[in-house]
Design a protein around this ligand. Structure first.
Ligand SMILES: Cc1cc2nc3c(=O)[nH]c(=O)nc-3n(C[C@H](O)[C@H](O)[C@H](O)COP(=O)(O)OP(=O)(O)OC[C@H]3O[C@@H](n4cnc5c(N)ncnc54)[C@H](O)[C@@H]3O)c2cc1C
Length: 378
């Protein structure tokens, strides 16, 4: 991004950039397996924390630095430019939500250890019959003495096999309107009765899991906020999931586009009008993501919480990432599938689910139309 840094921000950026140039692990020649990529991300999370870069915008009393969201945005920006492993995204939405809705005991137990990377998280919201229509979820939690007993089936749980804890939505009251009868729980993934079954995605990786809950007993103290607050907690979580993530996408998109431009030159196709048109289109799409992200970042910098406008960034980022991966696939042609450039196919597959996770593109359009533009639902 090229907003003007203050003196303090510029110093922070320069120090971070120097640190990254020394510490980013070298890129492997072939795409990492899911397990390797996950372990690399966890190790990177811990390394960033030890160097003081995680938690810039978090309250000091819970292990943060108490600075504004611009510092996190700079980390996001520089991390993408340095082509470092991904940042711990779930800190930005699951742990952020826990910070907002959890009580002091829960904050004490989880916030510092999550910022440091000691605790890894997953999100247990979606179910086989409840994705876009999340309020239809049927996983049930029943109070038994001082424990909740959870039974049900979650679907598409990213990072489930590597996570220590899960934020789980479950129905606690079937007699009220669907979204009012949901509560949110903190569940230790090692609790007896939890069984994971990997879901293999298009590139062959077990990127997400089905998670089965069979008489899973959770201490009553692990309820987040109050009974029936699950919907509010879920909507806050997905707003943070959709919103600030676009900051990092800008530098990543730029980097990927510049690699493609270099490849077009090297392969003698940079003068081809069709190639030029597609690269130019990708550039414009990247700029759109950048401008919207900057506008939303300035709003957050004034203290405004993330809201439904995150759907705009998510939609634009989806289009830009998927189109760019398509351009790469077309430019590399047979090399992409005969093994000469395996990362191109891998990147292509990585971009496909962006239009589904965190709420599908159709759902983002519905949110923009009905809640931001005030258009009628039908
Ligand atoms: C790789 C990946 C990772 C994920 N990670 C997680 C995770 O960690 N935790 C978690 O809880 N979930 C996760 N999800 C689940 C994700 O949030 C859901 O897949 C998503 O919300 C869509 O739900 P669904 O798959 O049930 O599809 P459905 O809701 O059945 O939708 C099917 C199609 O119908 C369309 N559609 C549905 N309703 C409407 C409507 N009202 N208007 C217009 N179109 C509509 C959708 O856009 C979609 O194209 C992940 C999904 C993927 C693919």
């Amino acid at each position: 991004m090229d907003y003007l840094d203050t003196v303090e921000e510029a110093e922070y950026r320069a120090a971070l950039r120097a640190w990254l140039s020394e510490n980013v692990p070298p890129r492997a020649d072939t795409p990492l397996s899911d397990e390797e990529a996950a372990q690399e991300r966890i190790a990177w999370h811990r390394k960033l924390y030890e160097a003081g870069y995680i938690g810039q915008s978090w309250p000091v009393e819970w292990g943060g630095k108490g600075l504004g969201p611009l510092m996190d945005a700079i980390l996001n920006d520089e991390n993408g430019t340095a082509e470092a492993p991904g940042l711990p995204a779930m800190v930005g939405y699951i742990v952020r939500t826990l910070m907002m809705f959890g009580n002091d005991e829960q904050r004490e137990q989880f916030i510092r250890r999550s910022l440091s990377g000691e605790i890894q998280w997953c999100q247990g919201f979606s179910e086989p019959g409840a994705g876009s229509d999340l309020a239809a979820l049927t996983t049930k939690a029943t109070l038994d003495g001082d424990e909740w007993v959870i039974n049900g089936h979650k679907m598409w749980t990213s990072f489930g096999q590597y996570a220590d804890w899960c934020m789980v939505l479950a129905r606690t009251d079937a007699t009220v309107a669907p979204h009012k009868g949901i509560s949110a729980f903190l569940v230790d993934m090692k609790t007896p009765g939890i069984v994971l079954k990997p879901i293999y995605v298009a590139n062959g990786d077990p990127e997400t899991s089905e998670v089965f809950f069979d008489e899973v007993r959770v201490p009553a103290a692990n309820l987040i906020s109050s009974v029936g607050d699950g919907w509010k907690i879920a909507m806050t979580t997905v707003a943070y999931e959709r919103g600030p993530s676009d900051i990092g996408a800008i530098s990543t998109l730029r980097k990927q586009l510049s690699h493609l431009e270099e490849y077009a030159v090297q392969s003698g196709r940079a003068a081809d009008p069709a190639v030029r048109r597609r690269l130019a289109r990708s550039y414009v799409q990247g700029e759109l993501v950048r401008l919207v992200a900057l506008e939303q970042l300035s709003s957050r910098a004034t203290g405004k919480p993330v809201g439904e406008e995150g759907s705009i960034g998510k939609l634009l980022q989806t289009a830009a990432s998927q189109d760019l991966a398509h351009v790469a696939l077309d430019l590399y042609g047979a090399d992409a599938i005969t093994g000469a450039a395996p990362e191109i196919v891998s990147d292509y597959f990585q971009t496909r689910p962006i239009s589904v996770y965190g709420g599908s593109s159709q759902i983002q359009r519905n949110i923009i139309a009905s809640r931001l533009l005030g258009m009628p639902r039908e």
